[in-house]
Design a binder for this molecule. Structure first.
Ligand SMILES: *Cc1c(COP(=O)(O)O)cnc(C)c1O
Length: 391
């Protein structure tokens, strides 16, 4: 389909990898569950040698991801963390320095603090929403700004174009954005100037809690080749069956995202007017301090929100427990509505002082709004309010 670049993303995710060459004409791209490929004669292959290097089903998923990223190519990995690890091993060497968003996925913090730091890679956390602070934190050795926006779980936004301009004012400094919360269909980081867009495909791209996976996309073809080499060297490529499941997920991504955003907007408004709710973080609300930036760099407001009740932490946790439809589980971006308490889950490794400064209070509740009817979700909240507070 690369001869039809004029298609819209919602068409491309369905048709970018239609194959007509299979023996049966099956409408779905087949799962090439194979380790190796036959040489037609010694040294002659159809471009595939061994599935640690490349695999046709993984390649088909990569075409779908490239279609939504607007890049020539994308690479898929066994997990979001495998994607970030491969990126760092491909780009960095001992003595290099990285700037990380101070509110960032816990696994990314762990990777730098407990793994990459042991190999002489230096890093600093910075509030990437504060552009002058980012500019001031750059050192001669800084090679990468790795930012996440919206931040989890406060949804604080960083200006992607502003960060790209700062990075590109320096030689050899690239901007990578973890765009897992919005996907390129809502926030196209490459178009906004980022050098690398990273996704945990585990979340919205798969959307069904069926797989773990990750992806990287860039316009820099030299970096793509380097990433391929490192992925092959360390063995972080996506597995064919997981890629196949993810291909099915991404076909409905545009439709699912529209519903996630609509439902989250409705629930955010409902929660905000509720007397038991102290505060709601959702970029689509007029009360959200950075709504203008959301409107500038996003085409919608996403499916994630967080809120605090007018209640103690203990009561807030009981309220979560009383919910029946909202499922208490880590992860996000799936058809099921998932609810977490970041202070005891994703952000439990942070000190209480840092959590307080970042706005991650002990009672903060994070919601990944799923595709259930908002009417039923609101009824679930009403029942939980009734059970815990009697109203
Ligand atoms: C889940 C997640 C990751 C890590 O992805 P895995 O697929 O779990 O390895 C990275 N960044 C963000 C924002 C995530 O939500």
């Amino acid at each position: 389909m690369s001869d039809r670049p004029d298609f819209q993303p919602s068409t491309l995710v369905i048709h970018s990898n239609r194959s007509y060459e299979s023996q049966s004409n099956s409408i779905l791209f087949p799962i090439h569950q194979t380790a190796t490929y036959i040489h037609e004669s010694v040294g002659v292959t159809k471009g595939y040698g061994y599935s640690r290097g490349a695999n046709p089903t993984v390649n088909a998923l990569e075409q779908s991801i490239a279609a939504i990223e607007g890049s020539n190519s994308a690479l898929c990995f066994r997990s979001g963390m495998a994607a970030i690890s491969t990126l760092c091993l491909a780009m960095l060497r001992a003595g290099d320095h990285v700037l990380l968003s101070e509110v960032i996925y816990g696994g990314t913090t762990r990777l730098f603090e407990q793994v990459l730091g042991n190999f002489g890679i230096d890093y600093t956390f910075v509030d990437t929403a504060d552009l002058p602070a980012v500019a001031a934190a750059i050192r001669p050795q800084t090679r990468l700004i790795f930012a996440e926006t919206p931040a989890n779980p406060t949804l604080r936004l960083s200006d992607v174009k502003g960060l790209a301009d700062i990075a590109h004012a320096h030689e050899n400094l690239k901007l990578a954005v973890d765009n897992t919360f919005l996907t390129p269909l809502i926030q196209n980081c490459l178009a906004l100037g980022a050098d690398i867009s990273m996704l945990s495909t585990t979340k919205y791209i798969d959307g069904h809690n069926a797989t773990i996976g990750g992806s990287l996309a860039t316009h820099d073809e030299k970096l793509v080749e380097r990433l391929r080499l490192v992925r092959k060297s360390i063995g972080t490529i996506q597995a064919p069956f997981d890629a196949w499941l993810t291909i099915q997920g991404v076909k409905t991504l545009p439709a699912r995202l529209a519903m996630h955003c609509a439902h989250a907007g409705e629930i955010a408004l409902w929660l905000e007017q509720h007397p038991r709710v102290a505060h709601v973080n959702y970029p689509g609300l007029d009360s959200f301090p950075q709504k203008a930036l959301a409107v500038k760099q996003q085409s919608a407001f996403g499916g994630m929100l967080s809120f605090e009740l007018n209640a103690t932490t203990a009561e807030s946790l009981l309220f979560m427990k009383a919910l029946k439809l909202c499922t208490c589980a880590e992860s996000l971006g799936s058809v099921e509505t998932l609810i977490t308490n970041p202070a005891t889950a994703s952000h439990c490794d942070l000190t209480p002082e840092l959590r307080a400064r970042l706005g991650v209070s002990d009672r903060l509740i994070r919601l990944s709004v799923g595709l259930e009817s908002p009417k039923d979700l609101i009824a679930d909240f009403e029942n939980a309010f009734e059970a815990i507070f009697g109203n």
